[in-house]
Design a binder for this molecule. Structure first.
Ligand code: SF4
Length: 575
């Protein structure tokens, strides 16, 4: 019998991406936090719990020693939606196997990896469950498994789900583990769970495998935020749920009072938080309960931080595909939901709440509070050429009627065992690959680009952009938050820092920005020429005529109102 007090445990985070749960850096998912709390609850002292991300093991191979020497190795990971990531690279199956081989102690694997493992994390793939040479695989909740495994003296556990009381306790007790994340404290966003499961049964989705929704009451989520902020976390996303609007209700209808308690409580315990965003809102909830939904959306927009996105899983605007895959919302209903979110939450800080959508060049220079995103999924049963046209027409209509979308996410299906899609597999997606490519390009050019210009017009300020990598003489970075815009800034700036940026140009899914405010006495030629209407010769004149005492001294007749972007700072005297 192994005494928990003497046990050393290493948790390795291979990252997760599920339909309603994200944990690739800068995000930290709930899994390592809950698992750490469960270990403490089972009697393992905190100082004997080590947490590493897979990227840290890659970057600093000495840390493999912690994998080797731990009495218990816990691997957490699994991708059940396809994706490409900037902030981290999910563990590959071979790396996960190597973890199991390296561990001399007991090894346990859990998280969404239990749903299956593909050869790669990409669309149009089929998956199968593998144990990847671990001693144990948690087929229920991994936090419950690790808790029971420790309590049994590492003998074994029954696969089970944890209950709300346990998770509330473990979430608080495990908050300490965030301090060991390489992105802690400034560049880390904690994914928060408000519920699991879903009232609906879409063919491709793993969320219904958790059953009907079960909500965590407001005090337990608020208590977790309180604990996390004690450990320095300032960025939060309410992302672990199928539908934030349904929070605290009967499973389907909204309950604005619960939302108020949740959001109000979070603001109370973490008054200095810098990001409060969400993920996943079901458009069907908005259409079926419009008044309660409007109220709920207003509550969210009152308490969140700007640039928030409510991702809508329309998945397909084609009625045939909807029917065959049990999708719960029609294109018409989704359009109505887009309109309502735009009206209630598409305002910008400085405007009156409920005054959306805020569009045009003279709007306040911040992103709107909350906008819808649209998820479209291809390769579903019944898909035909017309499906692509219908999806594109839906997006075009949203644009033409003056509304905003923050993000259009177009993917191909991954077929998981246990979902209805497992019979169809990736066949349709593979057959339609060329069609998919052409259509995606068209959406990017014809809709994404003008939409982005509407959402973030010239001069929109994005505070605290984290500088992440260099490419082609530019620096790229993003804010922390839900689906942040990728920003390219002229020149190679020091990475790892944050700066405020003003938008000057728009790509399909990214923007070009200059530091804000741009000091005309110090700006580089590259920064100046990034501003529309300033070519090499005007930029050269601006540089030659320095220094300026006031902005009006630098009047070069540019078509852009420089006061939205620039300033002049006095030059430092060298005496
Ligand atoms: S509504 Fe459909 S896609 Fe969304 S979580 Fe539920 S089952 Fe999954």
């Amino acid at each position: 019998m192994t005494d928990p007090e003497t046990l050393s445990v290493t948790i390795v985070d291979g990252y997760v991406d599920e339909p309603a749960h994200f944990g690739v850096p800068p995000y930290i998912s709930t899994y390592p936090r809950y698992a750490a709390g469960a270990l403490v609850d089972a009697g393992v002292p905190r100082e004997q719990i080590t947490y590493h991300t897979i990227d840290r093991l890659r970057d600093e191979p000495d840390y493999w020693r912690d994998v080797d020497e731990a009495d218990l190795l816990l691997y957490l990971g699994g991708m059940t939606v396809p994706g490409k990531y900037v902030g981290g690279t999910p563990a590959e199956p071979d790396e996960v196997r190597k973890l199991a081989w390296t561990a001399t102690g007991t090894s346990l694997m859990g998280g969404p990896v239990k749903f299956g493992v593909g050869d790669e994390n990409a669309g149009a793939t089929e998956t199968e469950r593998q144990d990847l040479d671990f001693d144990f695989v948690a087929k229920g909740d991994v936090e419950a498994a690790v808790h029971d495994l420790v309590e049994s003296g590492l003998e074994g556990f029954n696969n089970r789900m944890r209950d709300i009381e346990e998770v509330s306790r473990w979430a608080r007790e495990g908050a300490f583990v965030v301090e060991q994340h390489p992105n802690h404290p400034d560049h880390l966003i904690a994914e928060l769970e408000t519920s699991r499961g879903c009232a609906y049964r879409c063919s491709f989705c793993t969320e219904p495998l958790y059953g009907n929704p079960e909500f965590r009451p407001p005090p337990t989520v608020v208590g977790e935020v309180d604990a996390l902020s004690d450990y320095g976390v300032k960025h939060f996303r309410l992302g672990r749920q199928a539908d934030i609007l349904a929070y605290g209700g009967d499973g389907e209808a909204p309950n604005p009072d619960a939302l108020r308690q949740l959001y109000g409580g979070i603001r109370e315990v973490a008054p200095d938080l810098e990001t409060l965003h969400l993920d996943n809102m079901n458009p069907i909830t908005i259409v079926e309960w419009p008044e309660q939904s409007r109220e709920g959306i207003r509550i969210i927009a009152e308490h969140n931080t700007p640039g928030d996105t409510a991702a809508f899983g329309l998945e397909s605007a084609d009625p045939v595909v909807q029917e065959e895959n049990n999708l719960n919302v029609t294109a018409e209903e989704c359009f109505e939901a887009v309109k309502i979110v735009n009206q209630e939450a598409g305002w910008r800080p400085g405007e009156d709440p409920g005054d959306g959508p805020s569009v045009g060049r003279n709007t306040p220079n911040r992103l709107p509070k909350l906008l819808p995103g649209i998820n479209l999924l291809h390769g579903l049963k019944g898909e035909r050429e017309e499906t692509y046209e219908r999806n594109r027409e839906f997006l075009q209509r949203v644009y033409d009627e003056g509304y905003m979308l923050r993000r259009i996410n177009i993917r191909q299906v991954m077929a998981f065992d246990g979902t209805d899609m497992s019979d169809t597999g990736a066949e349709i997606a593979n057959d339609h690959k060329q069609l998919f490519k052409r259509y995606k390009k068209r959406v990017r050019e014809e809709i994404d680009n003008p939409m982005l210009e509407r959402v973030a017009p010239l001069g929109t300020v994005l505070p605290d952009v984290h500088l992440e990598y260099h490419q082609d003489g530019k620096t790229f970075g993003r804010q922390l938050g839900t689906y942040p815009l990728l920003v390219g800034i002229p020149g190679e700036r020091e990475l790892g820092r944050t700066i405020d940026v003003a938008v000057v140009d728009h790509g399909y899914r990214s923007v070009t920005g200059v530091p804000h405010p741009l000091d005309l006495n110090a700006a580089s030629m590259d920064e100046l020429t990034a501003i529309p209407g300033i070519g090499d010769s005007t930029a050269g004149d601006i540089v030659v005529d320095r220094p300026y005492e006031t902005l009006s001294d630098a009047d070069f007749g540019t078509e852009v109102d420089l006061s939205r972007l620039a300033t002049v700072r006095p030059l430092e005297r060298a005496d």
